[in-house]
Write a protein that binds this ligand. Structure first.
Ligand code: NAG
Ligand code: NAG
Ligand code: NAG
Ligand code: NAG
Ligand code: NAG
Ligand code: NAG
Length: 932
């Protein structure tokens, strides 16, 4: 029999299995081994069978996996497969992740091996048609390795091994569909190891098999159980070319000292390879085969040496890896194994060329008995909180749910979390917790699953539109904020403990559409408007109508103004005293005219007026915002508002320097902000693009500014118009919030147009439409849109003709169809940490939840953003770019035109009304506001 075998260790033909089994057949010693689990995937018969060659029981995989389809390999290859496990397989055409769950003992070390033989089971010749055939493997919730079968012979058997520590009483292996071929598996084998073995393997580090060789004149291509108690696969090293010689052998037992952690069988150590005595060195190249790319891996070699020649030979050599000294001057001990490895030190360079060179004092050339090489598998992702996972699985069983994504761990890793669940990953080093369960319209019948009640971090449970029957449970879960049981068949009574929580505003209970509500008029029985109108429509139509209203008023006002006064010089005549004491400077109209050089340079236009560039007497640059509403000047609200604003000091809020107020002059004077606003910076079309860290910094800055308005001011100040044009950047790219507070003065003065100031196209809280109430959560919603803009570089309304998307929907769709990378701003050129982007996307989508109660507070937002930034990292200085003076970019114009169907007037000034191009600045430290 010709067996071609090279260093491509994991890729072998069925032929070797045949050879191996014939060999093992003659040396059967033990009937099975305690703790071994052998699974033949795709085996049709539910009873286990004895594999005579291995003398081991193999069971069918039904009890270990859900989903998947059984197959047999193509008949033409059956004959060649002497091994039953390779004859059948299970494939997973559905779902992106499918997991096998094997029983294990918590904190026990295991070797887990998976084998894959395609055998053209689908008759599609997938490994030979030139296309990519690749899928992934996870060990638990962490990526283990990819299985690459592209351009391989259909009879090829690939095996993968991992050494890992089970953290609980089960160990899962998942097959991941990469979209390049349907994942499948032929067999799974689990072998417990001793705790002391492979000491560098622990709960946070696993290792994947890269190569494992034995040396000497060996006939078996692979040595495994029962020679090796742990059933490791030791492959035969073949190098027949002179001067390599495989002559060394002994029949003496090779022992190991206590402290040797590898339990290499004596039978393996009794053989060794060396070179002809005229030579001084040899190299072992274990570089990858096509299945793995060594360069992308971090490798850990373990060398096993024992002197099996003569009585006391003088043999000493240096062991090097890619020119780097690993173990200098090593001398093997006689008939005793030395296992050489550097604990925990993985080689960064993966070219895996090891050289053994005789030292000058040595009389014999180097020798070697065995070599293992592993690659690092980081176990960085944590599994879902074990109680949450347990109760969630109970719920799944209770309702007999079979959602395709409900496979493996519920929350982790994030991209494979179960559909309908929201998890909290915000606490680093803590297991993710389940916070939202949405099982609306899932065909649930019967009673209420008691397991829900033990999920102590659950905040939002939606079981609406099902067929739940029976009584409403006495729900004691303190964390629960929303319990939606509407449109079921639930009966009363409702426990006092629930009613108390509802009355205290701690629980939002929805019961409409249940028999219990048939005679009740209680609030929880009334139908709440739950955003039946699409969010985009509300967000677009409402502000548009209102913006137009405001514009109309502004135009009217202009006519009025022209007719009445004609010249602004007149303003000076109207200076007058005010009764309120305001700490900031009061300017006269003449002064304003002087510092702005007769209102020469416009730096922005917005809903409240025009912004001019100015320079104070001391050379300080300022922005002068001339407000256009005369009635505000007359209103009693303006000055108290100015007084409030003058007391708000925070490094991320624009500082008010002065004001001007009389019958005809109404203006606010702020610090000038040299880098313009965030909208210009992310979509301005300048050459300069913010990097990911700068974006995160700006997001955090703005969040801190809003947090201060919400939490440190009494009463809280709601900004009402958070959007990228209102986030300004100083020369160090510190994000500063502008235009807060003003909206309130406007609102109070004009109740009939109060909504104008409470949001801008695309930023408006959908709940505002039904409640007309502005809360801090309104700002959180708008901030979520800002975050999405920062990530994607898109505007709040994405136009991809013929479709128009609201940004959150656009992001959700892109992610659902592809990956997180599809939404990230191309201007980042792929330079970002995917996990940090993922978290910020999660946070942003959390902020734009339809229901205010589901959104985080700004304090939570700040702490979740902070995780991704070093505490005091200085911002990179960036080269200056010219600031754009125009506030409207062409994209915005286009959007509005598309949205206002039939209205195509380029000149219309209405577009500008919703956008303020601020240019203010302020970087004073936090001065806490005291009781107002
Ligand atoms: C599979 O496809 C390859 C390439 O097209 C071809 O050479 C080979 O003969 C095919 N094998 C089978 C079994 O169809
Ligand atoms: C951990 O999870 C993140 C996010 O889901 C993923 O990008 C990353 O690859 C995972 N790490 C490992 C080692 O699997
Ligand atoms: C290898 O071992 C076989 C017996 O297993 C023996 O017949 C053969 O001569 C040996 N080869 C060498 C080169 O020593
Ligand atoms: C064992 O070594 C001797 C020489 O020491 C050699 O003649 C013999 O062929 C070797 N046997 C095997 C199985 O390699
Ligand atoms: C409730 O059950 C009935 C019949 O058993 C079925 O027709 C109906 O679709 C179910 N409703 C839901 C929401 O599952
Ligand atoms: C919930 O937890 C309590 C104690 O923690 C336990 O007694 C009860 O059996 C649990 N309920 C379920 C459904 O597991």
């Amino acid at each position: 029999m010709v067996i071609s075998f090279s260093c491509s260790a994991t890729t072998t033909k069925l032929a070797w299995i045949l050879a191996l089994q014939l060999n093992l057949f003659m040396m059967i010693q033990v009937h099975g081994q305690s703790g071994f689990i052998n699974i033949d995937c795709g085996w049709k018969n539910s009873s286990a069978y004895l594999d005579n060659a291995l003398n081991m029981q193999y069971s069918f995989d039904g009890g270990f996996v859900e989903g998947g389809l059984n197959h047999e390999i193509s008949p033409e290859f059956m004959v060649g497969a002497a091994n039953d496990q390779q004859k059948t397989l299970r494939s997973f055409p559905d779902g992106s992740r499918n997991c096998y769950t094997l029983p294990s003992n918590s904190n026990t070390k295991y070797l887990l091996r998976a084998m894959f033989t395609y055998g053209n089971y689908d008759r599609l010749n997938k490994t030979g048609d030139g296309s990519l055939f690749l899928f992934g493997l996870h060990i638990g919730v962490n990526f283990w390795e990819a299985v690459n079968l592209s351009n391989s012979d259909p009879t090829t058997t690939v095996f993968k091994e991992v050494l890992t520590v089970a953290s609980s009483n089960s160990l899962s292996v998942c097959l991941i569909n990469f979209g390049s071929g349907i994942p499948f598996i032929s067999s799974l084998e689990l072998r417990p190891l001793r705790d002391t073995m492979y000491p560098f393997v622990n709960t946070s580090v696993s290792v994947s098999y890269f190569q494992r060789f034995r040396f000497g004149n060996i006939t078996d291509p692979i040595t495994r159980y029962p020679v090796d108690d742990y059933d490791r696969f030791w492959e035969r090293w073949i190098s027949t070319s002179y001067p390599f010689i495989n002559l060394m052998n002994t029949t003496n037992n090779v022992g190991s000292l206590p402290g040797n952690n590898f339990n290499v069988p004596s039978a393996i150590l009794q053989h060794a390879s060396t070179v002809d005595a005229n030579y001084s060195r040899f190299s072992i190249n274990v570089a990858s085969d096509y299945n793995r790319d060594a360069m992308s891996l971090q490798l850990l070699p373990i060398f096993h040496f024992t002197e099996i020649n003569g009585s006391n030979p003088n043999r000493r050599f240096d062991i090097n890896s890619a020119g780097e000294g690993l173990f200098p001057g090593f001398s093997p001990s006689r008939l005793r194994v030395d296992s050489m490895y550097k604990s925990g030190q993985f080689l960064q360079k993966g070219d895996a060329l090891f050289t053994l060179s005789k030292t000058s004092s040595s009389s014999l050339p180097p020798l070697i008995n065995a070599l293992e090489v592993y690659s690092l598998v980081r176990m960085e992702n944590l599994t879902t909180d074990s109680d949450d996972a347990k109760y969630m699985k109970e719920v799944k069983t209770h309702y007999n749910l079979a959602q395709t994504s409900w496979n493996g761990d519920p929350c982790s890793p994030r991209e494979y979390s179960w559909e309908g669940l929201t998890c909290d990953y915000s606490k680093t080093n803590q297991n993710p917790r389940i916070v939202t369960i949405n099982l609306s319209s899932s065909g649930l019948g019967g009673g209420f699953a008691i397991s829900f009640m033990n999920m102590t971090s659950l905040e939002n449970l939606d079981l609406s539109h099902n067929n739940l029957t029976g009584a409403i449970p006495d729900y004691q879960l303190k964390s629960l904020k929303v319990l939606d049981l509407s449109n079921n068949k639930l009966d009363g009574p409702i426990h006092d403990s629930i009613l108390q929580r509802v009355q205290a505003g701690l629980l939002d209970l929805r019961l409409q559409g249940n028999p219990v509500c048939s005679n009740s008029k209680d609030a929880y029985c009334s139908v709440k408007k739950r955003n039946s109108t699409p969010t985009l429509l509300i967000a677009v139509v409402v502000p548009l109508v209102l913006i137009s209203l405001l514009v109309g008023m502004c135009i009217l006002w202009k006519f009025y103004w022209k007719g009445k006064s004609g010249d602004r010089e007149d303003y000076a005549m109207y200076e007058e005293e005010t009764p309120l004491h305001v700490d900031i400077r009061r300017f006269t109209y003449a002064e304003l005219k002087h510092i702005t050089n007769d209102f020469k340079t416009i730096v922005g236009k917005g809903g409240f007026g025009t912004v001019y560039y100015g320079t104070l007497e001391n050379g300080e640059e300022v922005a002068v915002k001339v407000l256009m509403e005369s009635s505000i000047a007359e209103s009693k609200d303006f000055l108290p508002e100015v007084q409030t604003l003058s007391k708000v000091h925070h490094k991320n809020l624009v500082a008010l320097k002065g004001y001007c107020q009389n019958k005809k002059c109404l203006a606010l004077i702020y610090d000038f902000m040299s880098r313009g606003n965030l909208q210009q910076l992310i979509r301005g079309g300048d050459d300069y693009s913010l990097n990911w860290e700068q974006r995160l910094h700006i997001a955090l800055d703005s969040a801190q500014g809003l947090e201060y308005l919400h939490e440190s001011c009494t009463p809280s100040i709601v900004h009402r118009d958070v959007k990228t044009p209102n986030i300004l950047l100083d020369k160090n790219l510190v994000g500063i919030i502008s235009d807060f507070g003003l909206s309130r003065a406007f609102n109070d003065a004009h109740t009939h147009i109060s909504t104008v100031a409470a949001g801008t196209l695309g930023y408006l809280d959908p709940e505002y439409h039904s409640t007309f109430q502005v809360t801090v959560k309104t700002d959180v919603y708008s901030f979520g849109i800002v975050l999405l803009e920062i990530i994607t570089g898109q505007s709040p309304v994405v136009i991809e003709p013929p479709h128009t998307f609201h940004l959150p929907n656009w992001v959700r769709q892109k992610i659902a169809k592809g990956s997180i990378h599809d939404v990230v701003d191309k201007r980042l050129l792929g330079q970002y940490d995917a996990s940090s982007v993922q978290s910020v996307v999660d946070l942003a989508l959390n902020c734009v939840e339809n229901t205010a109660i589901d959104r985080p507070t700004m304090t939570e937002v700040v702490s979740r953003l902070r995780v991704w930034l070093p505490v005091s990292s200085d911002k990179q200085s960036v080269s200056a770019t010219p600031r754009r003076k125009e506030s409207m970019d062409s994209e915005m114009r286009r959007q509005f035109h598309l949205l206002i169907s039939g209205v195509g007037n380029e000149e219309s000034s209405s577009f500008q009304s919703g956008y303020t191009s601020g240019t203010f600045s302020g970087t004073s430290d936090v001065i806490p506001l005291t009781g107002r």
